[in-house]
Design a protein around this ligand. Structure first.
Ligand code: UGA
Length: 441
């Protein structure tokens, strides 16, 4: 199939490379010239494991090209819309300007029967509006949400847990003839994963759009649930990691996404739950999502709590204290610092008078661009030089494996805050450290 991918960010670049590796003829389009130049050279414009290999492989075969000119999308059978939908400044709503701009600029190049597949996370109702806008072109819109996780994006795209197609439907809720044809086209695009037995859920537009935000809201709720339990554990001396293990053995609950700590961040979960609340309000059903407000508050409280913990271990004040923050990315195996809990806590402590040095295996450049006033170091030991307290904020493997004795020679005071509950408290305490964590005695 000939495929175009509009928007080559964390989602689109991976999708383009993955589609080419499945044997399709792909053109990736982005307005950012630097990004396109990097991708053309087979370089990933951000850190994502396995993406460079996939880009090189697909690029070498000549099946993957990149362009800044939307006219190059002309002739593709399927056009995937993969642009961002960030939170509007000062509002909960999603900013749809990139979606609108990309669909608007694509329209003149569409042929009747082309399939436009929306992948961006949008408020329910957007697909219906875009379908109307595209009607004069004769192209068919399908909503095909994406569930990839950063850090596992290549694996998640090539071997997804499920595929969802939201098709245009008639008055009886059945796919229209055009919708059925579009489904056949997508089946061909995804022939490999479908052949591997990936479940396919075919729905109407509204359901497909809701599936995505419902999934992210559920994940956010799971994380905030365990973080709320962490607050209870802190009040009672209980251990939230053991609690999570114990409830997680119940298959109905499951242990995944029950890791208490600094909470969720990134370019998706926080803004998606807020946009979902905003949309529910517009639809007159805000009560249905009232709990997400609480999910958001529990999550944000964790960041405040860790600053309080730092103050506590530093005998009541962090003013003038040296703090080493291990991790800047919102999660390991990513260089993404969008709404990163690690960076937000680092910045808070710096604003409150501490001297904060941040390190991260991949995200220093992005972190520096966002918070130039922080200090940066390339390794954990370097960041910890003279530190009064060390905070593990993003659980990169190399921080999980840190040797308490090796770090001890760098710091001024052996105090460690485990913001992700990944260190062995007994080992750190045995090495003479004051160990504190979120939701653990
Ligand atoms: C999330 C979803 O997991 C993907 O399915 C979805 O496709 C994606 O958003 C999106 O909408 O594009 P992602 O933002 O890459 O993926 O990151 P997650 O792995 O979901 O982690 C989100 C945050 O939750 C991170 O800050 C992580 O540290 C935190 N987290 C995760 C916890 O605090 N505890 C956990 O147990 C798990």
């Amino acid at each position: 199939m000939r495929v175009s991918v509009i928007g080559c960010g964390y989602l689109g670049a991976v999708h383009a490379a993955a589609m080419a590796s499945l044997g399709h003829e792909v053109v990736g389009i982005d307005v950012d010239e630097r990004k396109v130049a990097a991708l053309r050279e087979g370089r990933a414009p951000f850190y994502e494991p396995s993406l460079p290999e996939l880009l090189t492989e697909a690029g070498a075969g000549g099946h993957l090209t990149f362009s800044t000119d939307i006219a190059d999308a002309h002739g593709a059978d399927v056009h995937f819309v993969c642009v961002g939908t960030p939170q509007m400044t000062g509002e909960f709503r999603a900013d749809l300007s990139y979606v609108d701009a990309s669909v608007g600029s694509l329209a003149p190049y569409l042929r009747p029967g082309d399939v436009v597949a929306g992948k961006s996370t949008v408020p329910v109702g957007t697909a219906e509006r875009l379908a109307e806008q595209l009607a004069p072109t004769g192209a068919v819109l399908v909503w095909n949400p994406e569930f990839l996780r950063e850090g596992f994006a290549v694996q998640d795209t090539l071997h997804p847990d499920r595929l969802v197609y939201g098709l245009p439907t008639d008055d009886d809720g059945e796919p229209t003839a055009e919708g059925r044809k579009a489904r056949d086209v997508l089946d061909e695009v995804y022939a490999t994963p479908l052949g591997e037995g990936t479940p396919l859920v075919v729905t109407d537009y509204a359901t497909a759009q809701l599936v995505k935000v419902a999934a992210n809201s559920f994940l956010a709720t799971k994380i905030s649930f365990i973080n709320a339990m962490a607050e209870l554990c802190e009040a009672t001396g209980a251990d939230v990691t053991r609690l999570a293990d114990a409830i997680g053995y119940d298959a109905r609950i499951g242990r995944r996404f029950l890791n208490a700590g600094l909470g969720f961040g990134g370019g998706c979960l926080p803004k998606d739950i807020r946009a979902f609340m905003a949309r529910a309000g517009e639809l007159g059903v805000s009560d249905a999502l009232g709990f997400l407000r609480e999910v958001d508050s529990v999550n944000m409280r964790r960041r405040v709590r860790v600053v309080d913990l730092a103050r506590e271990v530093c005998d009541g004040s962090i003013v003038g204290r040296r703090v080493a923050v291990l991790g800047a990315a919102f999660k390991p195996d990513s260089d993404d610092v969008r709404d990163s809990p690690a960076l937000s806590v680092a910045a808070q402590m710096q604003l409150q008078g501490a001297h904060v040095t941040v390190t991260d295996p991949q995200a220093i450049e992005n972190a520096r661009a966002k918070w130039p006033d922080l200090h940066f170091a390339t390794t954990a030991v370097e960041a910890a030089q003279g530190a009064d307290v060390v905070l593990l904020a993003t659980e990169w493997q190399e921080y999980r494996e840190l040797d308490p004795d090796a770090l001890a020679s760098a710091v001024a005071h052996k105090r460690i805050l485990d913001g992700r509950n990944v260190l062995d408290p007994a080992r750190w305490r045995a090495a003479g450290w004051t160990y504190r964590a979120l939701g653990r005695p």
